[in-house]
Ligand binder design. Structure first.
Ligand code: SF4
Ligand code: SF4
Length: 336
């Protein structure tokens, strides 16, 4: 695939006028961010979703039509065949299961012995034609990372839509019955918490204990780990901040809590994100902000070249403070 060259992006470029993430790195004695390796391919299958959550950084919903084609998925599989260094395929969306080629991708990754993650919103198993998904995921040893921003109905429904809590609980019970979240089955089920409003997440370990007790006592639900994730100041969450006049307050919170020790662990150092259209980015957030890779790097999955992508300079912006605040944040939870 040939594409016109893109302008070189300054690593100090920012989607928000202040502050500069690279200045913060420099003031803490850190070099500009560079990748170390590419061990995870995070694949965004599109923006179609059965929910319309307030905090969604993808701006996903039922009316969206963007969806990865089978041709692009075949290019991903070809990359896996020639890149054994990529050990994990992390599938996201939207609701990735609503892409018609989701199961094809999972099967092909399973054949190739890759660790597969499905970022599942849980309620998708109640979409027409998707009730077989829990068994399918278990058969293919897919790790499930599922959003449940609280163990209380009111908070979940407020953030994710009316009735979402009840359907999420039922879906978790179905997954538990298949062995998900239970010791010794190898079927990992992790839950994701993100804060309501202008706050950083609390301690992941302490909140995990609360979740485990509450979900077990109330609903008999088991899961492996709780991942706390900081809300990124982009897309719908940014719109909420703008509407409530809290943009500056939130940036100040992130900046004041900048934690130097998270920087070496941020996920872009070992991950490449593939957009629904096949474009490559340093992470899902950069992808949503239309921030391409530096222009000397391949820009499309069809041009994937590990040697150029490893050790690349990462395109940062002020949203990166969201990864480096407090205990740090990534698609795998806290960083420290
Ligand atoms: S379930 Fe996930 S992808 Fe869908 S709208 Fe909610 S946050 Fe966005
Ligand atoms: S948002 Fe986070 S993962 Fe993405 S480039 Fe910035 S620091 Fe890296």
């Amino acid at each position: 695939m040939s594409h016109s060259p893109l302008p070189l992006i300054s690593p100090a470029s920012s989607v928000h006028p202040t502050p500069s993430f690279d200045d913060a790195l420099a003031s803490h004695g850190k070099e500009p961010l560079t990748a170390e390796s590419v061990t995870t391919l995070q694949v965004n299958l599109g923006k179609v979703c059965n929910q319309t959550c307030h905090h969604c950084h993808v701006d996903a919903g039922p009316q969206r039509t963007e969806s990865m084609t089978k041709d692009t998925i075949d290019q991903i599989i070809e990359v896996l065949d020639r890149t054994p260094q990529i050990t994990t395929v992390d599938i996201t969306g939207g609701a990735p299961e609503m892409n018609p080629h989701f199961e094809y991708l999972v099967r092909e990754c399973h054949i190739r012995d890759r660790h597969i993650i499905d970022r599942c919103n849980l309620t998708v198993v109640y979409v027409k034609g998707k009730s077989h998904l829990p068994e399918f995921l278990a058969q293919h040893q897919v790790e499930i990372i599922a959003s449940l921003p609280c163990y209380q109905e009111t908070n979940v429904d407020q953030q994710r839509g009316k009735g979402v809590f009840d359907r999420s609980i039922s879906a978790l019970q179905i997954l538990n019955a298949l062995g998900y979240g239970k010791t010794g089955t190898g079927l990992n089920l992790h839950l994701v918490y993100n804060p309501q409003g202008v706050n950083l997440p609390p301690s992941q370990e302490e909140l995990e204990q609360d979740y485990k007790e509450e979900l077990m006592n109330r609903y008999g639900i088991q899961f492996n780990r709780l991942l706390t994730i900081t809300n990124m100041p982009i897309s719908r969450f940014m719109e909420d901040l703008e509407e409530s006049g809290q943009v500056e307050t939130y940036y100040n919170l992130l900046q004041e809590n900048f934690n130097r020790s998270t920087v070496d662990e941020v996920m872009c150092r070992s991950l490449i994100s593939v957009g629904w259209d096949g474009r490559l980015s340093d992470c899902d957030f950069n992808q949503m902000l239309d921030l391409p890779l530096q222009n000397y790097a391949p820009q499309w999955i069809g041009d994937f070249n590990l040697a150029t992508l490893e050790h690349r300079q990462i395109v940062t912006g002020s949203h990166c403070f969201g990864c480096a605040a407090g205990a740090g944040s990534s698609c795998g939870g806290t960083l420290t």
